[in-house]
Design a protein around this ligand. Structure first.
Ligand code: MGD
Ligand code: MGD
Ligand code: MO
Length: 771
């Protein structure tokens, strides 16, 4: 049975079973029943998940091995699959029964729970309802609306799920129309990586593959909740731990997956009464935003060990040969680390010198080290500096460009990394625009387009008049919910290409369309032939994905087909892109991608079905540094400050991290249980330190309103949250995204990368009923 939210009496008690284990099996069986699916048909589909010849999971982007396990999927991958193959339908009858104003009162879970969208719909303002529209009319209407708008006032958003083929077509269509406004979900996610890593090592993506995970002898984990957000990676951690490799984790929250794990793939492990593998050899609960300070402390420890080795004539701890041959900026970085004051490091990280020196000792004994990280590093004001500091730490010991070592940004959506690779970006210098012009006979606009934050500013100030989304739930994923939602409805055009109903559809502008598309698991036939698509995983390997399940409705079109039809209506005659030919045979789009990016996509069509994928051309893996200096750059941070612009010192201000529960995929809320944290039945909870609670006169289950502490004259508040004491550092608190996006000021983002600083939102809690 599906349960609704129980805000009155949720169960909140830290989960002490291992991640994986029986809990995940139980959760699966329940979810299958909830969706009304037969277990036999679910297994038949899952057998093909993340397998050669099968389809790529629509959940996270973690790498898919060449030799998969019998079940190469995890609890959350299964949830995502069930959510897509559900027999429930959000069809024309549904829209006839509900007005948009009514649906706006529903929550995220209840909207998506209606099931798959089946029919193209158009908003009718007089009825305040979505009504069916023919595909041909929809394309003609949308194209004529777009033609009446200045291309610079239109945004073409992409969420990270669309295939390489669809993404490449999408950006060409936008640019031929005249717009570089191509923000994608990466702008809210790993853009700090995409800006930071090229400056450090000359590659916008990570340098490790699964072979490195098999070979490493130590790993760092900074700010990633692996058990929930990339659960298949737990197997590689477990194997490393079984080899005796230390895994050192830095995270303000004690995340279950990085503590204990039992592999649901192993009957022996499942049946044994023990507690599973201890995943982190050391787990440090640093304060949110304290990573630069912590890494500086580790670097200081490494330098001290190296000094001692020099003195005694022992083996050097720094990789001096690597630093000399391959790096630039060492002296400045060394000075920064030597000058750093231990008291300041301890204060900013809330870790002790003894602990950080211990980490330095463990690190200095290892010879193949991987630095993994997630949103805990990227979603900060200093997101780029966080990423670059981790590079510094790895570079000082030569942990880059050799087997078993490197940097590993754990990406989010299943093709978010690939979309950037094939041209989705607002920055023209990152695309081969001369080639596009030569191949297709049009002029690429040259000015920078809008990224996510700038697109929101444009919606709010009225300069953005049209929004066309290829997937995602833009308005819900971005900060400043109140002002964005209000302004959204004043736009002229809102077009959403989607699989499920979400809140962004309901912010009906003058002209609004919902265009339902095939999901990745579904059979996609063009000209009578099944079509395969492709995506890039977190380790820069490209895989094929073939959908086989029956489409949710006969009316659905594939994403490439929708783009081609829209392009034909919008930019016919303005380029030589053969839209129909491409939409009729995706291999031709792959040929076009190969032509534009020959180094990365050599023999694309013959290699893309390689088991385990084929690896893109990443110079840094061969110690070829595509930076301005031609070397890997040490880039010291400016300071340890969590936030240079907001005074977070007032005693009643807490630092809020907005995180995901184990029962959601971004704005898709599967249910109300965060099993791995033991929060059961509600999402309206703020977890905070017990001493802070006492200091603020709060008790467990008190109700509070949460307000942002910022002096820009805007009141940002969410109401009636329950507080609960939790094991996290003093001064920090945590709650769930997307609901808490209402609290994040739009200007509160990573400098330069513009990733909303969702992990350091200064807030005050106001007890309800208090005077
Ligand atoms: N099941 C499931 N899988 C997903 C997703 C999902 O929603 N559900 N989303 C996908 C997407 S798009 C993405 S980007 C990834 C996100 O995966 P994660 O990067 O794991 O994202 P979050 O859930 O935001 O968790 C961030 C983690 O960082 C910690 N943290 C917060 N602040 C700090 C800090 O200042 N320092 C450190 N060291 N740690 C900190 C938090 O406690 C938390 O454990 O997952 C992808 N996979
Ligand atoms: N406060 C806070 N805000 C955050 C974050 C945070 O940690 N804290 N994380 C940020 C991150 S990392 C990300 S990536 C963004 C996520 O932002 P988005 O990528 O925009 O959001 P999703 O929730 O993944 O999008 C869900 C919708 O995608 C549609 N969809 C699903 N599958 C398909 C498909 O195959 N094709 C098409 N066309 N549509 C499909 C469905 O209609 C569904 O409703 O949110 C960001 N916002
Ligand atoms: Mo993401």
């Amino acid at each position: 049975m599906d349960r609704s939210e129980n805000t009155d009496n949720p169960r909140i008690k830290p989960y002490d079973s291992p991640s994986g284990g029986w809990g995940s099996v139980k959760s699966l069986v329940e979810k299958s029943k909830q969706e009304g699916l037969l277990l036999s048909s679910v297994w038949a589909t899952l057998e093909r998940q993340n397998k050669p010849g099968g389809y790529q999971c629509v959940s996270c982007s973690w790498a898919k091995p060449a030799e998969p396990r019998p079940f190469e999927y995890c609890e959350n991958g299964v949830k995502a699959t069930l959510w897509e193959i559900t027999p429930k339908r959000c069809d024309r009858d549904f829209f006839a029964r509900h007005t948009v104003s009514e649906l706006l009162q529903w929550n995220d879970h209840d909207l998506e729970k209606q099931g798959r969208l089946t029919t193209p719909m158009k908003y009718d303002r007089t009825l305040d309802q979505y009504v069916p529209v023919k595909w041909t009319d929809a394309f003609a209407d949308i194209a004529s609306e777009l033609k009446a708008l200045d291309p610079k006032s239109v945004v073409f958003y992409v969420s990270g799920r669309a295939s390489l083929e669809a993404s490449h077509m999408w950006q060409l269509m936008a640019r031929i129309y005249g717009s570089n406004n191509l923000p994608d979900s990466s702008n809210m996610c790993h853009e700090s990586t995409s800006v930071g890593l090229p400056e450090s090592i000359g590659s916008p993506v990570g340098t490790v593959t699964l072979a490195d995970f098999d070979a490493c002898d130590m790993m760092f984990f900074f700010g990633h909740n692996t058990g929930t957000n990339a659960p298949r990676l737990l197997h590689w951690i477990q194997q490393a731990r079984k080899r005796g490799a230390p895994v050192i984790t830095f995270n303000p929250l004690l995340e279950r997956g990085l503590m204990r794990f039992k592999s649901p793939q192993h009957p022996g492990e499942m049946l044994s009464p023990d507690e599973g593998t201890k995943m982190s050899s050391d787990y440090y609960q640093l304060r949110a935003g304290g990573d630069i300070a912590a890494m500086t402390g580790i670097a200081k420890g490494v330098l001290a060990l190296d000094d001692a080795a020099k003195e005694t004539g022992g083996k050097r701890v720094l990789d001096t040969a690597f630093i000399e041959e391959h790096c630039h900026g060492w002296d400045r970085f060394e000075a920064f680390v030597r000058d750093a004051d231990w008291a300041e490091i301890e204060r900013c990280s809330t870790l002790t010198r003894a602990d950080l020196e211990h980490v330095a000792r463990v690190y200095s004994r290892a010879s193949r080290v991987i630095g993994n990280y997630g949103m805990g590093l990227t979603q900060h004001r200093h997101g780029i500096e966080n990423v670059q500091m981790l590079c510094n730490l790895l570079l000082m010991r030569g942990m880059m460009g050799k087997e078993g070592a490197g940097i590993s940004p754990i990406r989010g959506h299943s093709n978010v990394q690939g979309q950037r690779t094939v041209g989705i970006t607002e920055k023209v210098e990152l695309i081969p625009h001369e080639k596009f012009e030569a191949f297709y006979g049009f002029t690429v606009p040259k000015e920078k387009g809008l990224d996510t934050v700038e697109a929101c500013e444009g919606v709010i100030d009225g300069s953005v008049k049209g929004f066309v989304c290829l997937g995602g739930n833009f308005s819900r994923a971005v900060p400043e919910t109140g002002r964005v939602e209000e302004a959204w409805r004043k736009m002229r055009l809102n077009v959403q290409i989607s699989t499920k109903l979400n809140r962004n559809h309901l912010l009906a502008s003058e002209k609004s369309y919902i265009l339902p598309c095939l999901g990745r698991l579904e059979r996609d036939e063009q000209n009578g032939r099944p079509q395969t698509v492709s995506m890039e995983d977190s380790t820069a390997c490209i895989h094929a994905s073939l959908g086989k399940t029956e489409p949710a409705s006969k009316e659905l079109l594939s994403e490439p087909r929708i783009i081609a039809e829209l392009a034909k209506a919008l930019v016919a005659g303005r380029s030589t892109v053969p839209w129909d030919e491409w939409a009729g045979d995706y291999a031709k789009v792959r040929d076009a991608i190969e032509r534009a990016y020959p180094d990365d996509f050599r023999d694309f069509n013959t290699r893309f079905e390689t088991p385990g994928g084929f690896h893109r051309d990443i110079g840094a893996t061969r110690r070829e540094w595509r930076t301005e200096t031609g070397k890997a750059n040490f880039l010291p941070p400016e300071s340890f400050d969590v936030d240079p612009d907001i005074d977070t010192r007032p005693a009643d201000v807490l630092n809020l991290m907005t995180v995901r529960s184990n029962d959601q995929f971004n704005t898709t809320i599967y249910g109300y249980d965060d099993r791995l944290r033991g929060v059961d039945g509600t999402r309206m909870v703020i977890l905070m330190n017990a001493e802070d609670m006492k200091r603020m006169g709060l008790s467990d289950r008190d109700r509070v309103d949460v307000e942002t502490h910022a002096d820009d004259g805007i009141v940002r508040r969410v109401e009636n949250y329950l507080v609960h004491a939790w094991q996290l550092p003093r001064g920090d608190c945590a709650g769930y995204y997307p609901e808490l996006n209402a609290l994040i000021p739009l200007w509160h983002h990573s400098r330069r990368a513009h990733v909303p600083a969702a992990k350091s939102v200064p807030v005050r809690l106001v007890r309800r009923g208090a005077a």
